[in-house]
Design a protein. Structure first.
Length: 178
C-alpha cells in the first residue's frame, strides 16, 4: 500500500472509486435513483478540473494497492464554514470495499493530517452522514461528535454529524508511507 498526492492523470481512477464507494456505502441511505444517476464520466471531469487547479487550498491523496491501482482517496484543507475551533477539515475519505479494514484509511487520514499540520492547522473535523456505518472508523480514531446539520441529497433530507479532533498530532503519521 502506498499513499501519494493525486495527479490530474488520476481523475478516471478517482471517479471509479468515488462512484463505486457511494453506491455501496450509501445504499439504503441515499435514494437509489440518485446513486444510479452517478456517472464515471461526469465525476472524472470534475476530478480532472479539481486536480488541474493548483492554486486552491485543498489537496487530494490517493491510496494505491501493491499493483499501483488507485483504491481510495482522501481530500482535505481548511475548514469550509469558518468554524472558530476546528480549523482543518478532512473533506472526504473513500476506499473500495475490498480494501477497507486493512489500515489504508488510517494511512490516508495520516497523510491529510500531516499536510494540515504543515500548513499550520492543529485541529480538524469531518462531516459524516449519521446513518453511515463507517462512523465507527472516526470514533476509533478518537473523533468526538461536535455538531449536526441537515443536508439534501437526491431530494432526501439527511443528517450529518461532525466529528472533531482538537489536537490532530495523535493522528499524524508515525513513519513514512510504504
Amino acid at each position: 500500500m502506498h499513499t501519494r498526492l493525486a495527479q490530474p492523470t488520476d481523475a478516471a481512477a478517482l471517479a471509479r472509486v468515488h462512484v463505486d464507494t457511494w453506491r455501496t456505502a450509501y445504499r439504503g441511505i441515499v435514494p437509489d435513483e440518485h446513486l444510479a444517476s452517478l456517472s464515471y464520466e461526469a465525476r472524472a471531469k470534475r476530478w480532472e478540473e479539481a486536480l488541474s487547479t493548483t492554486d486552491g487550498p485543498g489537496f487530494v491523496y490517493v491510496a494505491q494497492d501493491d499493483s499501483g491501482n488507485v483504491v481510495g482517496f482522501a481530500t482535505g484543507g481548511p475548514e469550509r464554514s469558518g468554524d472558530p475551533i476546528y480549523r482543518g477539515e478532512l473533506y472526504a475519505i473513500y476506499l473500495l470495499p475490498g480494501h477497507q479494514r486493512k489500515g489504508m484509511g488510517r494511512h490516508l487520514v495520516a497523510a491529510v493530517v500531516n499536510r494540515l499540520m504543515q500548513t499550520g492547522f492543529g485541529s480538524m473535523l469531518i462531516w459524516v452522514l449519521t446513518q453511515n456505518p463507517s462512523r465507527k472508523f472516526y470514533e476509533a480514531l478518537g473523533g468526538q461528535p461536535v455538531r449536526e446539520k441537515e443536508i439534501v441529497i437526491g431530494g432526501a433530507t439527511l443528517t450529518e454529524v461532525a466529528y472533531g479532533w482538537l489536537d490532530i498530532r495523535a493522528l499524524a503519521p508515525k513513519e513514512e508511507s510504504r
